[in-house]
Design a protein around this ligand. Structure first.
Ligand code: KG4
Length: 339
């Protein structure tokens, strides 16, 4: 009999449900929340209310698209954390209720671990290459910038991380000061394609080891804008593409420099990237260039598996299910953690 897991993700502002059967993804439904755009960032209370409205239709749709009846499910996996507490509570409560009603096991999933394991989602054609252990994973999202040494699906060590802002935050905050909509990453990515990255120079951090810092870059970006706007009030409008290109290139350089160092010192050439910022076309190109130059085997997830999605929760749930790692109905969500 097939092992079929329903994954549920509600850690931030996307309500998502996915069905995976024996590792093959059958459906991955994601409902975004446009309501936050007006505020330039996610409003936690509005996010949890929207999850409450979305969760039942999204789960229903995921089962329907997968062609699976709820009675055929082997287990329910849900994001326990880290994330927004109110949002996590909606998914956690739903998962507990559903698992109890169906009398099937409940599996808790760490959202960050799931981003890394997104590389093991098999599509229906089953041809996507998967990293071999041990591999390094650059996890870059709105809240995290980490280099993770992955020895096995359940053996991960964070060997480097940001000491202040995350890479996604740098994109989002710099976009905000340029008057661009939230989230800033995708729009900066788009405008950067038309810009000259050499037009501006922003400061890069000097931090020991594999750790990151992005707050100095953010400050240097802000100061450049402030000084130039004094001379020309239309400065941002007239230089948007170049500013985006220079900012994006600096962020990518900072990310790749530490990743190169870790790969060299640990002698690992299986290198993966995960998290929302891995949708960035410049970062994807940098990975491909590094593959050529340093003989890395690089693993770049499909766009659909980079931002928050339940497919990654379901695949992580399946790994844990196969190892009989279940969780009790009394488990509560957690807002913050490191893996
Ligand atoms: O993993 P994710 O969906 O969830 C959170 O951590 O919240 O990551 C969201 C982050 C945001 O900061 C967004 O600006 C960034 O990913 N992002 C991008 C791109 N697409 C999303 N950053 C740069 N380029 C992109 N194309």
């Amino acid at each position: 009999m097939k092992t079929t897991v329903l994954g549920i993700e509600t850690s931030c502002d996307d309500t998502s449900a996915a069905v995976i059967s024996d590792g093959v993804l059958l459906s991955n439904v994601i409902a975004g929340q446009a309501i936050h755009e007006a505020y330039g960032g996610v409003v936690p209370e509005l996010a949890s209310r929207a999850h409450q409205q979305n969760i039942i239709p999204v789960v229903h749709e995921a089962l329907k698209r997968a062609g699976i009846k709820k009675e055929e499910l082997s287990a329910i996996a849900f994001t326990r954390g880290p994330g927004l507490m109110g949002s996590l509570l909606v998914g956690t409560s739903f998962a507990k209720g559903f698992a109890q009603a169906l009398n099937i096991p409940l599996v808790e999933v760490n959202h960050l671990q799931a981003h890394v394991l997104a590389h093991f989602i098999k599509d229906k054609d089953g041809n996507n290459p998967q990293p071999k252990f041990p591999f390094l994973c650059l996890l870059v999202s709105g809240g995290n910038s980490q280099i993770i040494l992955v020895r096995a699906y359940n053996d991960m060590e964070v060997i480097g991380q940001t000491i202040d802002d995350a890479a996604g935050e740098a994109f989002d905050k710099c976009a905000k000061v340029m008057g661009l909509p939230y989230p800033g990453g995708p729009i900066i990515d788009k405008l950067a394609k038309e810009g000259n990255a050499a037009a501006f120079q922003f400061s890069k951090p000097r931090i020991d080891g594999y750790n990151y810092s992005f707050s100095g870059l953010k400050t240097s970006f802000l100061y450049t804008l402030r000084d130039k706007i004094k001379e020309n009030p239309n400065f941002v409008e007239e230089n948007k593409n170049d500013l985006c290109a220079a900012l994006q290139t600096t962020i990518i350089d900072i990310l790749m420099e530490k990743l190169r160092l870790a790969a060299k010192e640990l002698n690992i050439n299986e290198i993966a990237v995960a998290g929302g910022v891995s949708a960035n076309s410049g970062l994807r190109n940098a990975f491909l260039e590094h593959a050529d130059k340093y003989s890395w085997n690089v693993y770049i997830p499909k766009f659909a598996y980079t931002t928050d999605n339940a497919a990654m929760i379901a695949i992580t749930g399946l790994f844990k299910y196969n190892d009989n790692v279940f969780c009790d109905i009394t488990e509560t969500p957690f807002a913050q953690t490191i893996i």
